[in-house]
Design a protein. Structure first.
Length: 238
């Protein structure tokens, strides 16, 4: 059964473009990534704005410290994001050094077109290998191994699941291309997306970081309450 599902996934690309399944040919990794980039660009150009909520949680096991922050996120094409903290609790130090730093990094990166381009999941920034196919949330997906072409700390090395019909990224697992510091021994993250209308947007992110002295820290982000293509005031993105 698994082999049959794997073979079916490789036919999905041609099937989704209207080619009869019986005559279709398996897609190469180059064809998969080419369609992934093209479909992503189409969705990005039609996604003019959204407003959503995020719940950030951080817990350090060695010192028993934890913190939580609820944030409103406003997005506007071509990728600019603004964040507003609406509630927070737990360790003030963890909120300042971990959560606010995460938010500031994402906000600043979203404002630089060059940085957005250099961190997209595309063949320009990654080498890809097709390692098979799997079913994710009931949908057949291509499974690609991704290796960054540079040591940009905002890139990663790991695995990408690409939906066989929409050619959208469904799931990512991996580690940063470059460790953020000498003290960081290991970081592993899982990032998941879900379809909202024609758009695939993040719904969860979980990472586990092992740091000398501080031990293991777990961070999770829950994404919810999306309101898509509603007007976003210009003043909110300045």
């Amino acid at each position: 059964m698994r082999k049959a599902c794997a073979r079916a996934a490789l036919w999905l690309g041609a099937w989704s473009l209207g080619t009869p399944l019986i005559c279709a040919q398996p897609l190469t990794v180059e064809q998969i990534t080419e369609r992934m980039v093209a479909r992503d660009q189409e969705r990005a150009e039609s996604l003019r704005s959204y407003v959503g909520m995020r719940r950030y949680r951080v817990e350090n096991h060695r010192f028993g410290k934890q913190a939580e922050m609820v944030v409103t996120v406003r997005y506007a094409y071509p990728g600019v994001k603004e964040f507003e903290v609406v509630a927070e609790s737990g360790s003030a130090a963890v909120r300042k050094l971990a959560l606010r730093r995460m938010i500031d990094t994402e906000r600043d990166a979203s404002r630089e077109e060059k940085l957005r381009r250099e961190t997209r999941i595309t063949p320009a920034n990654y080498d890809f290998q097709l390692s098979g196919s799997e079913i994710v949330d009931g949908r057949l997906c291509f499974v690609l191994r991704a290796t960054p072409k540079t040591r940009n700390p905002l890139l990663f090395r790991g695995t990408v699941w690409v939906d066989g019909e929409d050619f959208a990224i469904v799931r990512i697992e991996g580690s940063p291309a470059k460790s953020p510091s000498f003290w960081t021994r290991r970081i592993h993250f899982t990032h998941q997306y879900r379809k909202f209308g024609p758009y695939w947007l993040p719904v969860s992110n979980h990472s586990r970081t092992d740091v000398l002295v501080f031990g293991t820290t777990e961070t999770s982000v829950e994404y919810y309450d999306y309101r898509i293509n509603e007007p976003v005031a210009d003043s909110a993105l300045r």
